[in-house]
Structures are given as C-alpha cells and as structure tokens.
Write a protein that binds this ligand. Structure first.
Ligand code: ADP
Ligand code: MG
Length: 725
C-alpha cells in the first residue's frame, strides 16, 4: 500500500482525524474483512469505503440506490482529485459506453452503479474482466423488506458478486437498522463474519424544537425570515399542503421550490437541482423528498405537519446539518395532524396478502408509534433524550440543546376548568367535537346549538370569559393526559374516560405543565462562532467556483470548512492546509482565491500599532438587549474599528481588567477553572450560565446584560491602558 490512511484522509478529504467508528471500518476493509456500518446520517459513512477504495489495488464498486446521490458523490470525489464515475440511466448510451470503456481501461478507482445495472450484460462483461477488489453497498437497508425503502434489485447483489472471478471484500452501510433489518442485510448480502460497528444515534449539532403556534403559516414565515438566505426543507403531510405552503412562501418573496410524487419526473428533477445548487433556498416537500439528497449545508428542517412516527421524524429532520455545523429541526405541532395520521392508519391500503390478524397487528403497531410521536410533541422533557432512548441509546435527561431544555415550565392547577369542560362533554351527550364544546362553554348561540337546544344546558356559557384558543388548548391537554379521548378520525367527537369521574367528584386534581418562557436562546452569531462578514465573503468565492464547475456549492467547500477558515484566518498555503476540509487538491485549485479574501480581510495581521479606539466610535456600539458573552462584546468593539490598521482588542483584555477590579473572581469547579461574577459584578448585570458542549460536558459562561455592556464601553479606555505595557 502506497499511502497510509491518515495521509489519504488529509490529502483527498482534508481532514486530520477520523470520526467515531470510521477508523475501525476502514481498517477492517483494508484487511479484507466484510463490514456492516450503522451510523446516523451525516456521521461520515462515505469515507469508510472511499478511503479503502483509494488505497486498494483495482476498482471499487459502490452500489447506491439513487441517481442524484451518485452524481453528487462523484462530483465531490472528482473535486477532491479521485478518479471516479457513475453508471446509471441518466447517461446517454454513448456516454455510458464511453464510461464503461474507460472503466475497462482502468481509468477509475471508484465506480458508482445503480443496482439494476448489475444485471445488464454489458456491465457484467466488464465486471468479469476487471479487478474488482471491493463492493460497497450504500443505503444497505434497501435490501430488506422490513424497511420503508425496499428495492427489489438489491436482492440481486449477492448473485452478481458470486459470478465474479475474485471474491471482493464487501462493506454494507446504513443509517437505519432495527434487528430485523440488520439480520436481513447480513443474510441477503451474504456478509462473511462482518465487523459490525454501530455508533450512537445522537447528532449533537442539531437543535430540536417543538412549537405549538396558533397560526402555522405566520409562524413559518417568521422562522424562515429569521433564517434568511439559508438552505432549508419544509416537510408537509400532503401534496396539497406542499402546493399551498410553496405558494405562500413565494408570495412572500422567499425563494422556494416544491417536490412531491404528483409532479412530472422532469419537474421533480429540476426542482431538486434548484435546491441542491442553491438556486432556491427552501424546498417544500412531502416525505417523497430526501433519500438521495446529500446536500450537506441544509441549515434547517421544519415540519409543517407532524409526521406519523419518530422513525420518520428523525430521518427527515436528520437531513439538516450533515456538515456538522449547527442546524435547526423544528416541528410545528397542531392537534389536527394527529387526526390526519389516525385517518391514514385507519385507512391503510387493503393489502390482499395480509390476513385480518396481520392487518390488526400492523394497525396497532402504527397507532402505538403515533402515540409516541404525539408524546414527543406534547411532553416537557428533553426532546433529544426522548428520541435517543426510543432508538435504544442511553442519554441523560438534559441536553441543553432542545426547546424543552431551554424552556422554563410551570405546573398549573386547572381542576376547576377541567370540571367545567368534562361536565359539558357529558351533559351534551358525548356527541360533539372540540368546536361545539368550545362554543357551548363560551355561550355562543349558533344555529346548530339552538337547534340541538344546547343553549339550555347548565354548562352553556360557563366559560364565557375564556378565549376559544385557551379552551381548545385545555381540551388538548386533557386529551394528552387521557381524561378525554377523541373518537373517529374524520369528524372526531370527544368522550370522557374513567379517569374523569374522580375529577368531577372533586377527588382528584388536574395539573398541566405550561411553558413560561424560554430560558435562553442560542443566537445565530453565537452559533457559528465566526465573523459573519468574512463568512459571507468566502461564500461569494465559493458560489463563483460552484457555478464555474457546475457543482453544488458544498462540493467546493462545506459550511463547516468555511467556518473553520474564519476561525483560523490562514494567510499562507501551509496555514490554509490546516483548515478542516482542505486537502492538497483543493489547496491547489482554490487556495489562492480564498487566501486573497482572507488576507484582505485581515489588515491587522502585520499591523503593529496597539489597539486604540476613538471615543466617538463607541457611540455606535451595537448594544444587545439580550445578555451576551465577552467574546461577543469584543467582536462588536473590533467591528467598530475594522478599518483601523491596529491590533484587535482581545476578550482576555476585558476579563483581566474585570478580575483586577473584582467584578470577576476565579473559581474551580470539578477541577476546571472558571471566572465567575462577584456580588459586585452581579450588581452590575453580569450573570453566569451553565451550558453543555458537544461532548456532553458542562461549562460555565459569563453573560453581560445591557447595563454591564454599557459599563465596559464606558471604561474601555481604562481597560486598554491597563493592558498596555
Ligand atoms: P453519511 O453518508 O453517513 O450520511 P457523509 O459520508 O455524507 O455522511 O458525510 C457527511 C459529512 O461529514 C460530509 O460533509 C463529510 O465530508 C464530513 N466528514 C466525514 N468524515 C469526516 C471527518 N473524519 N472529519 C470531518 N468531517 C467529516
Ligand atoms: Mg451517505
């Protein structure tokens, strides 16, 4: 073997260390052992077979289910300097023959093929004469009928392999694998004593939240506007909703496109490309969209409707942030979605092959899954913890990076309101849905109510002064706690359960958990930890090259790589090579262009003059109403001074001055050193907050409110003088 695996990792992919699980899989394949790698989306499965493929003699075949995915992966490999090609029906016959001839001449190290190809005679002729040293099966769960993405042609992989002259080593990779699917993969691909590697399901860079807006569409617009210019996916439950939401966004000048099974093939492909190549920011889609999308810089996934189970949700939400940079997964919960899901379950297509017993079993299982999904949307525990436990991973009860962990909940006693609602349901004969019950309670005399004489009921108008939305919310809460059930999917009616009677008799009380306020919000600039201006400047260069080469932007450099450039601010080639995601090939192709931007942006690199600040400029300091960190304050101060050819102010300049003047004190907690506010500091408006980093460790951070920011600005010249030798 010519090169060593670390050399290949850096040279072609630009990374200096392997992620969890990757190295073992690479080693096993290189040693000739079959492998089964189960890792979540974005964990980096491709590298596990691409690195051995580059290092081994002969050709590696990668079997992949989707054409678009092959194109992107091959694009990326070619950009990295690896000779690769794909063979599928998107090529014309002439292109296909040419590629096959090149392959036969040993031009490619890695060839992506669709499973259907394996049966074609021209491909088989090539394969029988070539030295195929490895077969990697991507999305290997497609071989199993248990999974949701079964592909019959995956069943032919094994017979294809058995025809080859030399038996290649086989690697199978997937993100989803229950025990049944795992067994199927090993059996149907005939893996020989495979090394099985399963990494945890956690995706630490994803921020999960569940919102319960009164109005989904205005909330959606607000969320997207906050994320202006970022790539995102909006999932809706039906084609009709996709159309509606896509129109809504376009009417509001948001650059959006759509995807669902009702569109013609060519439009689907076009829309998908518009999204992948950043010609449109937002993709509005049904769950038909996603598998085969390797776009690594999707910054948010919003579920406009609740999906039918946690499996689907985690898979769809997981399409955000594959590049490892922070991304948001937001679910907009509405009670009506539960009924839609119930309706789907009750009307599951009648499958002739299933017995009644099997059908019942299937329905029950789906109902149970739906229940878990609803629980996820309505509970107040850690969202990440709940999902990871659902998949069998261990996780603590607090992640610090989901909407529940960041929300303060309060328990409210609503026994009296519950009694009113429950007795209204009973008195009206347990015959009506939410709307009618709400109207009766509020004393609204609609035609329907007077006709049914419900206005003569003793419960008519007993919640006259409560808003309809509040009553609706209470009914939902009572249903979540199973005091009420709704029966029938299309026009559900409310009934009370056994649990209600003790409440009505006054023997038991009802408490609900209400969100009081968000404890803290992770602000956008803090999340990237980089200078947004430089980041945007680098993005412009990236777009230029992406257009020129006809590839998606993330194929040039991922967001994670640009962020790393902002942090390191390299000005020499050697420094540029130390950026994560920059390998020899990309240095050569793009180094100069990116370096020039950074060099221009960093005029103080050689500036020797000490930091100095004109007092007038301080008037333009961008105060934050939210408490911010000292790094953020420093960043904002330096921002005022960026045209000055002097050194920058450092965060430690400020903290050391605060220490000297006893606004901060040093403290050691669990063996770690921190600086925490003294009582004097607290009086000023400094607070400390505990946060959790990606590795699950706690740390403390000091935040400065508006008054504390003002104090620092007022004293900036003292701070500077104090620090100058
Ligand atoms: P998967 O197929 O498991 O969903 P990919 O193979 O598409 O994930 O990789 C996701 C992202 O992670 C890509 O942008 C890839 O470049 C990046 N990546 C993979 N391995 C590493 C590594 N060792 N260090 C840093 N980034 C990595
Ligand atoms: Mg993959």
């Amino acid at each position: 073997m010519a090169a060593d695996k670390f050399e290949v990792l850096k040279r072609y992919f630009g990374y200096s260390s392997f992620r969890n699980g990757q190295e073992e899989l690479v080693d096993a394949l290189l040693a000739g052992q079959d492998v089964l790698g189960i890792m979540p989306t974005g964990a980096g499965k491709s590298l596990c077979y691409q690195i051995p493929a580059i290092m081994m003699k002969g050709i590696a075949l990668v079997i992949s289910p989707l054409i678009s995915l092959m194109k992107d992966q091959v694009n990326a490999l070619v950009q990295q300097g690896v000779s690769a090609a794909y063979l599928n029906r998107s090529l014309t016959e002439a292109q296909y023959n040419k590629a096959l001839a090149n392959a036969a001449n040993g031009k490619y190290k890695i060839i992506y093929v669709a499973p259907e190809r394996l049966e074609s005679s021209s491909f088989l002729r090539f394969a029988l004469n070539a030295e195929i040293s490895m077969i990697a099966v991507d999305e290997a769960h497609c071989v199993s009928q248990w999974g949701q993405d079964f592909r019959p042609s995956y069943l032919n992989i094994d017979s294809f392999i058995s025809k080859l002259n030399l038996h290649p080593v086989i690697g199978a990779f997937t993100a989803t694998a229950t025990e049944e699917v795992k067994d199927d993969i090993i059996r149907l691909l005939n893996l020989n004593d495979p090394l099985k590697v399963t990494t945890g399901f956690d995706r630490p860079n994803l921020f999960f939240s569940v919102l319960r807006p009164q109005n989904n569409s205005s909330k959606l617009l607000e969320l997207i506007k906050e994320r202006n210019g970022q790539s995102g996916i909006i999932y809706c439950s039906t084609r009709k909703k996709v159309e509606e939401v896509c129109d809504l966004l376009n009417r509001n000048r948001i650059s959006a496109t759509r995807y669902h099974a009702g569109l013609k093939d060519d439009e689907r492909v076009r829309n998908q490309d518009d999204f992948v190549y950043d010609r449109r920011d937002v993709m509005v889609a049904t769950n038909a969209f996603g598998m085969g999308i390797d776009k690594s810089d999707v910054r948010f996934v919003i579920h406009y409707n609740m999906p039918k189970n946690i499996e689907s949700y985690y898979q769809e939400a997981g399409r955000a942030g594959r590049d490892g940079v922070d991304a948001d997964c937001i679910l907009l919960y509405a009670k009506a979605d539960v009924n839609t899901c119930k309706y789907f379950i009750e009307n599951i297509e009648d499958n002739e092959d299933l017995s009644q017993e099997q059908k019942d079993f299937f329905r029950q299982r789906e109902e149970e899954r739906l229940k878990q999904m609803v629980f996820y949307c309505t509970m107040s525990d850690c969202l990440r913890g709940f999902m990871l436990r659902y998949f069998g991973d261990k996780h603590k009860d607090y992640c610090g990076k989901c909407s529940n962990c960041l929300t303060e909940f309060e328990t409210v006693d609503v026994t009296v309101e519950a009694q009113k609602i429950l007795s209204c349901i009973i008195r009206t004969g347990q015959n009506y849905g939410v709307k009618m019950i709400t109207d009766v309670l509020r004393g609204v005399s609609t035609d329907k109510i007077t006709r049914a004489r419900l206005d003569r009921q003793s419960t008519f108008g007993i919640m006259k002064n409560v808003k309809a939305a509040e009553i609706k919310y209470l009914i939902e809460k009572l249903e979540e706690q199973e005091y009420i059930i709704s029966v029938g999917a299309e026009k559900p009616i409310l009934r009370v359960t056994e649990m209600s009677y003790p409440v009505l008799r006054g023997n038991s009380s009802v408490k609900i958990c209400k969100a009081r306020k968000l404890r803290s919000i992770v602000s956008k600039s803090e999340r990237h930890h980089v200078d947004p201006e430089l980041f945007d400047a680098l993005k412009v260069v990236r777009t230029y090259f992406a257009k020129k080469k006809g590839v998606p932007a993330f194929v040039i450099f991922s967001d994670a790589t640009l962020a790393d450039m902002c942090r390191i601010m390299p000005t020499t080639e050697a420094e540029f090579l130390s950026v994560s995601g920059v390998g020899a090939n990309k240095l050569e192709k793009y180094g100069e262009a990116f370096l020039n931007v950074i060099r221009k942006y960093k005029p103080d690199k050689n500036g020797t003059a000490p930091f100095a600040m004109d007092a007038d400029r301080l008037n333009y300091f961008a105060y934050s109403d939210k408490p911010i960190s000292v790094s953020e304050i420093t960043f904002r101060i330096n921002d005022l001074n960026k045209d000055q050819n002097c050194k920058k102010l450092k965060a430690t300049d400020i903290t050391e001055w605060l220490l000297e003047n006893e606004f901060l004190k040093a403290a050691t907690i669990n063996g770690k050193n921190y600086k925490l506010p003294t009582p004097k500091g607290k009086e000023l408006g400094m607070t400390s907050e505990t946060r959790i980093n990606d590795d699950g460790n706690w740390y403390k951070i000091v935040l400065y409110n508006r008054a504390a920011q003002g104090f620092i600005i007022d004293n900036i010249n003292r701070i500077i003088c104090g620090r100058i030798e």
